[in-house]
Each structure stands twice: as C-alpha cells, then as structure tokens.
Write a new protein. Structure first.
Length: 325
C-alpha cells in the first residue's frame, strides 16, 4: 500500500505529508529535513505480513529523533530490522552510534529513544515485528543490535528482506502472506539470537528456525549449480538424514523442491527484458541447470511449453498492445 508519493503534492505540503505518513507507518518522533523544504521528496509504502509489516522509505535527507517524551505518548512493543537500500544511514540507540552502509542491516527497539538520519538521498526497508511475535526479551534485542554484522546469518537475512521488498506488493496480496511473514519473523529471531550469542535461546531457536533458514539459503543460491543436499546440509551443520527429515516433515521432497524453484526462476528470467535476448542454454545455466536438455525437458513437463516457446509466446504478447494502437 502506498502511503506517500510527494511527486503528486505541491512543494509546500510535502514536509507535513512526510511526517504524517511516517507516524502512520511507524512510531511518533521528531523529523527534521536536511535541505530546503521545496526540495523534499519521498515515497513510502506499507505492506502487512500477518502480525508484522514491511515499511519502505525512499527520500531526500532527513533526521528523526524519538525522545522519552515520544515514548510517553506512544510506545508499542515493536522491533524493526531494516536493510539500508541506498545511501548511508547514521543510527544511535542505547549509547551505541553506528554508520549503516547500503546493504547493511540495522536493528532498532522502538520502545526506546533513538535517532536516525541520512543525507542527500537514501532508502530503507524496515521489517517491523511486535515483541510478542518475536518471542525474545528486550535485553537480547539490545545486545544483538550493534553486533548484527558479526553473525553468519547477516547476509542471509539481508538478502531475504531485499527480495521481500522487491516484490512486496505482489507477495502481500498472496494468500500465503501471513505464512511468509511468520517465516520472516523466524529469520529475524534467528539473527538476533545469533548476534546476541545468548545460550539461553540459541539451541531452541536453531531447532525452530532450521527449515526456514534452509529454504532462505537455498533460494539465495539457486543460481549456483553446486547447490544440492550436501551443500545445504554442510552450510547448516546438519546431517543429510536430518536435512531430508526437515523437508519431509513439511511435506516437501528436497530435490523436487529445488528443481521447481529453479524452473520458476528460469520462467521469470526468460521473459525479463534481458532474458528475452539470451539463449535458452544461457538462462538454464544462470538458474543452476548444468544440462540444457534436462532443463528443457523439465520445463515442458512443468509448464506445457518448451523454454523457447514460452520465451517467444511472451514476446508476442508483449507486442500486442503496440500493434493494436
């Protein structure tokens, strides 16, 4: 859901609209724009995934401060894990100050004072989770916040949030949006416990989130031909037997699931702007298929068309509006 696009507003109304949209999507705070009011620009979206939501912002430079006064006004028990999509953020909370470069994660506890800013133009993708859904106490969250970069799960969770944000509108409208939100919360929980190095929760969280982490890892590495059961098991320090048990318990056949995910990726690539000009064999390799003939056979079985026919049919449909003008 789009909350704000200042391109549709007169310059004199943009600052107030920015503040109102931010208050609607997050928590009350003071906002200062770092530049002339007539140059303020912003686009904000909010998508719901069950108990959690995804709040995205692309905007000119600003600084926001959440003070104890704001906490007395409203202090919802919420944690936000954000990936910096563009620019460099500056974040401070609980005595810790840090820079947040592009493609890095930032964890903030919205029940406490904090400040955040970026200059010029930047972007943020914040997944906001109620404490009740996260299932961790504030001391674990606060200990983890400055240590996210040291967790081996940092890149995995970041890449998941980037993919979630890229297709947020479509995914939030899907019937499985709540389940996707629950899986994302599990990844956030695993990252927080890993970064906090808290033995009280580590064992239980590793067990509870294993399948979610396996699926996220596999999707992040689908394009790599060597991704298979042995690599998945080794990356998560589990035996092959345990790996297959996890998938079977969820009603999934591991090898078939991998092929299905790769076929869906290939189907999307074949009709993308660049994919329409690539050979089928090149697309097959880029989606983790070592044998183009095997890829073509499985593609036809799954979708009823050969990869070339799918590519040509999609190109033909794309031309239809122009030919009718």
């Amino acid at each position: 859901m789009q909350l704000l696009d200042t391109a549709t507003l007169p310059a004199e109304h943009r600052v107030d609209a920015f503040r109102a949209a931010f208050d609607q999507a997050s928590v009350p705070c003071s906002i200062e724009h770092l530049g002339p009011d007539d140059r303020v620009h912003a686009r904000m979206h909010l998508w719901h995934f069950g108990a959690a939501n995804l709040f995205t912002t692309d905007a000119s430079g600003f600084r926001l401060v959440r003070t104890p006064r704001h906490l007395r006004t409203e202090s919802p028990p919420v944690v936000a894990l954000a990936v910096q999509a563009a620019g460099v953020g500056r974040f401070g909370q609980f005595g810790e100050q840090s820079l947040v470069p592009a493609r890095s994660l930032m964890l903030s506890d919205l029940t406490g004072p904090y400040e955040f800013a970026w200059e010029d133009t930047g972007g943020s993708r914040a997944f906001q989770v109620p404490y009740g859904a996260l299932g961790l106490p504030p001391d674990v969250v606060r200990r983890a916040a400055p240590r996210l970069g040291g967790s081996p799960l940092h890149d995995l969770v970041r890449d998941h949030l980037v993919r979630l944000s890229a297709d947020a509108g479509q995914l939030a409208a899907d019937p499985a949006a709540t389940s996707l939100g629950t899986a994302t919360v599990e990844l956030v929980r695993a990252l927080v416990v890993s970064a906090a190095a808290d033995d009280r929760y580590a064992g239980a969280v590793r067990e509870e989130t294993l399948l979610t982490r396996l699926l996220a890892y596999a999707r992040a590495h689908l394009t790599e031909a060597d991704l298979g059961p042995r690599r998945l098991a080794a990356a998560h320090n589990v035996s092959l037997r345990r790996l297959y048990q996890e998938f079977a318990a969820a009603g999934l056949h591991l090898e078939q699931w991998l092929i299905t995910e790769r076929l869906e990726l290939a189907r999307a690539q074949l009709v993308s702007r660049t994919g329409q000009h690539r050979s089928v064999a090149a697309v097959a390799r880029s989606c983790g298929f070592a044998d183009p003939s095997h890829f073509a056979r499985r593609f036809r079985q799954a979708f009823g068309l050969s990869p070339r026919e799918w590519q040509q049919e999609s190109a033909r449909r794309a031309q239809e509006p122009r030919s009718g003008q």
